[in-house]
Design a protein around this ligand. Structure first.
Ligand code: UGA
Length: 440
C-alpha cells in the first residue's frame, strides 16, 4: 500500500515517519521547499524526541519528501495533516485544507482514501465529501491526540484510534484497520463513528483538559489569598479516580498550538449553532487572565520593574519541545519588556532558544525586539546578576540544578515559579524568597 502525507508539521511528520516505521511506502508532501530538502537529507526541521533518528533510518528507503502533489497519483491513502490556524475572530481558518484538496483533485486518477488528521470544526469532513462529489474518493476523519514532546512515543502507543466515516462508506474501515493493524493487535480501542462525532471527540478532549487546567488555575488565585496550598489540593483531588491527577497543575496558563486555538474555535462553533458556551468561555478567559495575574504578582513585589533584569527559564510552551506558539513564557517576556525590564531567556531545548532569537529579531509586529532581550545558551549564565528568576516551564530538570550556585550568581535571591515545579522548601533553605502559584 502506498501512502502520502500532506503537511510535514508536528502532526504530519510524526504520521509520515511513524507509518514508514510500520513498513509502508510513504511520501511526505509540503509546499516548503527548504523543509523538503532538509527532510530528504535526514534533518528534522522541528524538535521531537527520537524523530530525527527514525527519519534518518527510513528516508531514502521507504520514505521520501517532495513539494509535488503529482506524486500522490499512485497513493492509495492520503493523510491530510496541514495546519488549521485561527483567524482574527477565533474561527478555524480552513484555507490550507481547501487549497490542499484543490491541489489533490488534479491528481485523483484511481480510487483513493483521504484521511483528515488536521483538527477541523464539526461539519468539515461532510463539507469536504460534498466538495469532492463525482470523484472516486472516500473521506475519513481521524483526529490525532499526540502531545508534543512525546509525540513519537504516543504515535507508537496511542490510547485510542478515532475514525469517523460517511454512513454510505463500506470500504474505508478495512483500509484503515490495515494501516493501523499494529494497534489492533495491541488491543488499542478503536472508536468507529460518524464524521461529526469524531470531530467533536477531538475538540471535547482538548477543551476538557484545558478546562481542568483553568479550573485549578482559578482556584489557585483563591489559594493565594487564603493560605491554602493548591498543590496539596490538586494532589488530594487527583487521588479520587473520578477526577484523576493529570492536568491539575496550577501555573501561568496553558499554551501551545492546540488548546488556545481549539477552545476558541469550539466557542465559535457553539455560537455558529446558536448555543451559548458558558463553561468553555470561562476556560478561555481564565487562561487569558492567568498570565496577567502572575505578572501582577511580580510587579507588586518590585513596585517598579523598569530597568530590572530577569532570568526567564522556559521559552517554549512546555518542556521538550521547540514550539513557542502561544507560550506563556513568551507572553510574560512581552509584558515585562513593555514595562522596561531586561530579559535573559533560557530553554533546555536548543531549537527553542533559536526560535526565540528569531521571534525577537525578525518579527517586526512584536513591540520590542533585540536590545532588551537576550537568549543565553547556559542556565548559569542566564541567572547571573539578575534581580529575579522566573520559571515558565514545568521541567523537572530544574530541580536537579545547583541551586546553591544559582543563589551565589543571582544579585537578588528571588524566584517566581510560574509552574510550581521547584521544591519550595529546598530553594528556601538556600535562602531564596520563593513565590509560586497558589502555594501556602
Ligand atoms: C494537546 C493535547 O494534550 C493532545 O492530546 C492533543 O493531541 C494536542 O493538544 C493537539 O491538539 O494536537 P499539546 O498542545 O502538545 O497537546 O500540549 P499539552 O501537554 O496538552 O499541554 C498544553 C499546555 O497546558 C501547556 O502549556 C502546558 O504547560 C499546560 N498544562 C498542562 C498546564 O498548565 N497544567 C497542566 O496540569 C498540564
Amino acid at each position: 500500500m502506498k501512502i502520502s502525507v500532506i503537511g510535514t508539521g508536528y502532526v504530519g511528520l510524526i504520521q509520515a515517519v511513524g507509518l514508514a516505521s510500520f513498513g509502508f511506502d510513504v511520501t511526505g508532501i509540503d509546499i516548503d521547499e527548504s523543509k523538503v530538502k532538509m527532510l530528504n537529507n535526514g534533518v528534522c526541521p522541528l524538535y521531537e524526541d527520537g524523530l530525527e533518528k527514525l527519519l534518518k533510518k527510513h528516508v531514502g528507503n521507504n520514505l521520501k519528501f517532495t513539494t509535488s502533489y503529482e506524486e500522490t497519483i499512485d497513493s492509495d491513502v492520503i493523510f491530510l495533516c496541514v495546519g488549521t490556524p485561527q483567524d482574527k475572530e477565533g474561527n478555524t481558518d480552513l484555507k490550507y485544507i481547501f487549497s490542499a484538496v484543490e491541489m489533490l483533485k488534479k491528481h485523483f486518477q484511481s480510487q483513493k482514501w483521504l484521511v483528515i488528521k488536521s483538527t477541523v470544526p464539526i461539519g468539515t469532513n461532510r463539507l469536504l465529501k460534498e466538495r469532492l462529489t463525482g470523484y472516486d474518493i472516500e473521506i475519513i476523519s481521524n483526529p490525532e491526540f499526540l502531545k508534543e514532546g512525546v509525540a513519537l512515543k504516543e504515535f507508537l502507543n496511542p490510547e485510542r484510534i478515532v475514525l469517523g466515516f460517511d454512513e454510505n462508506d463500506s470500504s474505508s474501515k478495512e483500509i484503515l484497520e490495515k494501516i493501523y493493524k499494529n494497534f489492533k493487535e495491541k488491543n488499542i480501542p478503536f472508536i468507529l463513528t460518524n464524521y461529526e462525532t469524531s470531530e467533536m471527540i477531538k475538540y471535547a478532549s482538548n477543551a476538557f483538559l484545558a478546562t481542568k487546567i483553568s479550573f485549578i488555575n482559578e482556584l489557585s488565585k483563591l489559594a493565594d489569598k487564603t493560605n491554602a496550598d493548591i498543590k496539596t489540593v490538586a494532589y488530594s483531588m487527583g487521588l479520587d479516580d473520578r477526577i484523576g491527577k493529570k492536568f491539575l497543575n496550577a501555573g501561568i496558563g496553558y499554551g501551545g498550538s492546540c488548546f488556545p486555538k481549539d477552545v476558541k474555535s469550539l466557542i465559535k462553533q457553539f455560537e455558529y449553532n446558536g448555543v451559548v458556551p458558558k463553561i468553555i468561555t470561562a476556560t478561555n478567559s481564565v487562561n487569558e487572565n492567568q498570565i496577567k495575574w502572575f505578572f501582577g504578582k511580580i510587579k507588586n513585589y518590585y513596585g517598579n520593574i523598569n530597568g530590572k533584569t530577569f532570568a526567564i527559564l522556559g521559552l517554549a510552551f512546555k518542556p521538550d519541545t521547540d514550539d513557542l506558539r502561544e507560550s506563556a513564557g513568551i507572553k510574560l517576556i512581552d509584558l515585562l519588556l513593555c514595562e522596561g525590564a531586561i530579559i535573559k531567556g533560557y530553554d533546555y531545548i536548543k531549537q527553542a532558544r533559536e526560535n526565540a532569537c528569531n521571534i525577537y529579531k525578525s518579527n517586526a509586529s512584536k513591540p520590542f525586539h533585540g536590545s532588551n532581550f537576550y537568549v543565553l545558551d547556559n542556565l548559569y549564565d542566564t541567572v547571573s546578576n539578575v534581580d529575579g528568576i522566573i520559571i515558565t516551564v514545568e521541567d523537572n530538570k530544574l530541580n536537579y540544578e545547583d541551586w546553591s550556585n544559582i543563589f551565589n550568581l543571582a544579585s537578588e535571591k528571588i524566584i517566581f515559579d510560574g509552574k510550581n515545579i521547584l521544591h519550595k522548601e529546598k530553594v528556601e533553605k538556600f535562602g531564596f524568597e520563593y513565590f509560586g502559584v497558589g502555594l501556602k
